[in-house]
Write a protein that binds this ligand. Sequence first.
Ligand code: SF4
Ligand code: SF4
Length: 130
Amino acid sequence: MCLQFYEGHSSLAASIEILDLEEYMAHIVTSKCLGCKFTDCVEVCPVACFYELDGQLIIHPDECIDCTACVAECPVEAIYAEGDLPSEFQSNIEFNTTEAKRIKDEGKTAILKKKDPLPTAEARKVELGY
Ligand code: SF4
Ligand code: SF4
């Protein structure tokens, strides 16, 4: 949420730009999660904005409050703040957005509890260098 107040028209324009930017910032689950789904991340999220695909989790960008709590929980460092996202994962921004919205539109709810990781998780973790 933007708490900045404006004084005059030029400041108003700047405030609107800040609002636009902040509206689209969120944390992103990258494709490093694909094949892992350790799900340590979901239990620390204060707003329950993780959703589940068969192969990985994603974050709903309209629900994430950028608290950073999940980042340190992931054993393969799959979660990044959007502003810190390495270039090779830029396409994951749209993937998180479209898939989270699709899942929610289908009436599914967020994943709240840790569950067993995928059978491929340990091998995937090694493959990723962790
Ligand atoms: S902790 Fe990391 S690997 Fe596990 S589900 Fe969350 S994002 Fe995916
Ligand atoms: S940054 Fe915070 S709100 Fe966003 S997904 Fe992670 S734990 Fe949830």
